[in-house]
Write a protein that binds this ligand. Structure first.
Ligand SMILES: Cc1cc2nc3c(=O)[nH]c(=O)nc-3n(C[C@H](O)[C@H](O)[C@H](O)COP(=O)(O)OP(=O)(O)OC[C@H]3O[C@@H](n4cnc5c(N)ncnc54)[C@H](O)[C@@H]3O)c2cc1C
Length: 391
């Protein structure tokens, strides 16, 4: 028996399931978050502005951009190590983890997996170094869960492509150097690496967000954007290409959401130990302890699920519907944990002095983007019944 006080993630000695290298990467990312995110994030959030370029350089400095990709200046880390990094980043803020997810798992992965050698050499080393920012444009104002209905078009004009249409809710679009844009062609959905200084391309910031405020979100306008044939991602054929990128990013969310939950639980535990009502710490009340117990149990179940999916990914055996299980469960439970922990802080729980309300608000976005929780239920339902309810 140990007398060490139980903390949310070591109740079950889960750390013993990790290699030394994984724990070292986790410690490194935790330090980066402590040094560069925690001191500033409440202010970024209140202002609704985040210094994307400066932050990207800091994160690139420790190999976090495209960290699970091989070659082209990327770190080539394991899926589990990447997941741990996402968890620690999102313990700082979901917006910061989103920056890393969009850069590495969406924009860089799309070019890495489906791009030409020329596109990879042009963009990936700069993106890994944080010198070029990428975004990933799939969602449109009228087509979110159903991207197959997209209206953005790419038509041939001689050897060139001409893109017209628009994308909505695109993370980092207003600051990006390259936009991976998905468009309908006569041959189905195709992807394009679009330099954002191409005439006809413009992006504007989406204001008035009440969630994910420490993240830059934008709308993209494509007004007859003329691109050389070499801008097309040659290996991307059909909607399964962008969907495979989303599976990559969702995998990071499976881990990331746990970070927001863990930070909420740590904050509530610290607060409840110090806050007294009725002459005793509120941590000593049975109802408070029930909240802590339920949160810790869900957090650890979610962690074991994430780790299992990570080990499957590292063995090359992770299937998309398994990622849906992880995203559905871990984001839903993380949001529940954040909401419960918020109540433990009472009125202070709604203050930006503490991170919990920010995490809870962020997790509303995380519940919706990269496939809503309903769509993931339908993916799982299809796997169980053999019937597609949404195609
Ligand atoms: C802050 C933020 C950042 C984002 N970043 C990006 C990005 O970088 N790139 C990008 O391409 N997109 C991005 N998105 C968009 C995101 O992926 C979409 O919002 C998401 O896919 C849902 O689409 P929608 O908002 O149009 O909702 P809708 O598709 O209109 O859905 C509305 C509701 O209807 C439900 N619904 C829809 N269809 C069905 C069905 N068949 N059965 C049952 N229920 C259904 C949904 O689950 C949801 O509850 C971002 C979104 C946010 C909020």
């Amino acid at each position: 028996m140990t007398t060490t006080p139980a903390r949310p993630l070591d109740l079950l000695d889960i750390d013993g399931l990790h290699s030394e290298e994984e724990l070292a990467i986790r410690a490194l990312v935790r330090r980066v978050v402590d040094d560069h995110v925690r001191p500033n994030v409440a202010e970024w959030y209140e202002r609704g502005e985040v210094p994307v370029r400066e932050l990207a350089k800091e994160l690139a400095g420790v190999g976090l951009l495209g960290m699970h990709l091989e070659g082209y200046g990327c770190a080539g880390a394991s899926a589990v190590a990447y997941g741990l990094a996402c968890l620690e980043l999102e313990a700082g803020d979901s917006g910061v983890r989103s920056l890393v997810s969009v850069q590495g798992s969406l924009a860089m992965f799309a070019i890495w997996k489906y791009g030409s050698e020329e596109q990879k050499s042009e963009w990936l080393p700069r993106m890994a170094a944080g010198d070029a920012i990428g975004c990933f444009g799939l969602t449109e104002p009228d087509h979110g869960s159903d991207p197959a209905s997209m209206t953005t078009r790419a038509r041939r004009d001689g050897d060139d492509w001409v893109l017209s249409g628009g994308k909505m809710w695109i993370t980092n679009a207003p600051v990006a150097d390259v936009a991976v844009v998905w468009a309908r062609t006569d041959d189905g959905v195709c992807g394009f690496a679009v330099p954002t200084d191409t005439p006809g391309f413009s992006a504007r910031v989406v204001h008035h967000k009440l969630s994910l405020r420490a993240s830059c979100t934008g709308q993209i306008f494509l007004d007859e954007v003329r691109l050389p044939a070499s801008a097309q991602l040659p290996l991307a054929r059909g909607l399964k290409a962008p969907l495979s990128c989303l599976t990559e990013a969702r995998y990071g969310i499976v881990w990331g959401a746990l970070g927001a939950a863990r930070d909420s639980l740590h904050t509530a535990l610290d607060y409840a130990g110090a806050r007294e009502q009725f002459g005793r710490p509120i941590a000593g009340f049975q109802l408070t302890q029930a909240k802590f117990a339920d949160a810790a149990v869900e957090l650890q179940k979610g962690y074991l699920l994430a780790l299992h999916l990570g080990r499957l990914a590292d063995a090359g055996r992770l299937r998309p519907e398994q990622v849906s299980v992880g995203k559905l469960n871990n984001v839903r439970e993380a949001l529940g944990i954040a909401r419960q922990c918020r109540t433990i802080l009472g009125a202070n729980g709604i203050s930006a002095e503490y991170p919990i309300m920010r995490h809870a608000a962020n997790l509303e976005t995380v519940l919706t983007y990269e496939g809503t929780s309903e769509i993931h239920q339908l993916v799982i339902g299809q796997r169980l019944t053999g019937l597609a309810a949404f195609a």
